[in-house]
Design a protein around this ligand. Structure first.
Ligand SMILES: *[C@@H]1O[C@H](CO)[C@@H](O)[C@H](O)[C@H]1NC(C)=O
Ligand SMILES: *[C@@H]1O[C@H](CO)[C@@H](O)[C@H](O)[C@H]1NC(C)=O
Ligand SMILES: *[C@@H]1O[C@H](CO)[C@@H](O)[C@H](O)[C@H]1NC(C)=O
Length: 270
């Protein structure tokens, strides 16, 4: 009898202590239910467009990309340039992204988690201040102004590696949190184009013919610029995800019927 009372007491204390830090409207998934993972990833983009200020999660709409430096890498003989883009922002990702798949969750906390996230974005826009110095054909081009890069039908594959790190009972809560150690995106862009303001501002024809040359050389330009955009996105997106994960124990991603195996650690009694 006393034993039962003790159990009830313990259960009560545990229930009170249990941290429910899960940020609504995200919902827990049953472990292994990929339909649910995809729905929740989609939910994440939709729900946290303006970030989660009280958890230090930055905005997703737009995503701040900071400064990008691009040098032409010889993909086109007619283009040579150094391009500096500052205060760059990526628009329309959270608004339009379609999560195609999310795979790789595991219950085994003894090795790094390797997630693969496939996304489709019908149209994205990068806006920045630009400063360019170079040559188009034989024409010197030295200019500053605003740049808009449109990217359409973008397919992205994100590979995220994260270490499960247990926060000890001394300085933490004993839960396991994910610490991102690698974050890499590859993209395929169907088409895109550039607009630069203030290019030969005094000469409209020259500006338009220059933009035409630039856009005819889209593939060569994209080969130089796209990797820099991806790197900047990786940096920003990694920080956003890490801040989110800093706040949610990995165990909390899944519903209570998804028993998590703490390999090498004491298993939770059920
Ligand atoms: C998987 O998740 C989806 C979406 O949350 C849900 O509708 C479905 O019932 C789940 N399937 C199983 C087998 O639990
Ligand atoms: C998290 O990973 C970074 C490398 O990405 C590493 O520098 C840091 O020490 C790790 N933190 C913990 C708590 O393991
Ligand atoms: C640039 O690309 C976007 C998206 O593909 C398209 O809607 C727009 O018409 C294009 N603009 C030019 C000038 O080609």
């Amino acid at each position: 009898m006393q034993f039962v009372i003790v159990l009830v007491l313990i259960a009560g204390i545990i229930a009170t202590l249990a941290v429910d830090e899960f940020p609504g409207p995200l919902e827990r998934c049953h472990f292994g239910n990929e339909t649910c993972y995809v729905e929740q990833a989609q939910n994440f983009f939709r729900a946290f467009k303006s970030g989660i200020p009280d958890r230090g999660v930055a905005s997703l709409e737009p995503i701040d990309l900071g400064t990008l430096r691009v040098e032409s890498g010889g993909h086109s003989a007619s283009l040579q340039f150094n391009l500096l883009m500052t205060d760059a922002k990526l628009y329309n990702l959270a608004n339009s992204v379609v999560v195609k798949s999310l795979k790789g969750f595991t219950k085994d906390f003894s090795k790094p988690l390797k997630l693969v996230l496939m996304l489709y974005m019908p149209d994205l826009e990068v806006r920045a201040k630009y400063d360019v110095n170079g040559k188009i054909l034989i024409l010197p081009i030295v200019s500053t102004g605003d740049i808009v890069i449109k990217l359409s039908q973008v397919q992205a594959k994100l590979r995220i590696v994260a270490d499960p790190v247990k926060r000890g009972h001394g300085d933490g809560d004993g839960h396991t949190y994910l610490n991102i150690t690698d974050f890499k995106t590859v993209t395929k862009v169907k088409e895109g184009n550039f607009t630069l303001s203030n290019l030969f501002s005094d000469n409209r024809e020259l500006r338009e013919s220059t933009l035409k040359v630039l856009n005819d050389e889209w593939d060569a330009l994209a080969a130089d610029i796209q990797p820099k955009i991806n790197e900047a996105c990786d940096r920003s997106f990694r920080a956003i995800l890490q801040h989110l994960w800093d706040n949610i124990p990995y165990e909390e991603f899944f519903d209570s019927e998804s028993s998590i195996i703490h390999t090498g650690k004491k298993a939770m009694k059920s």
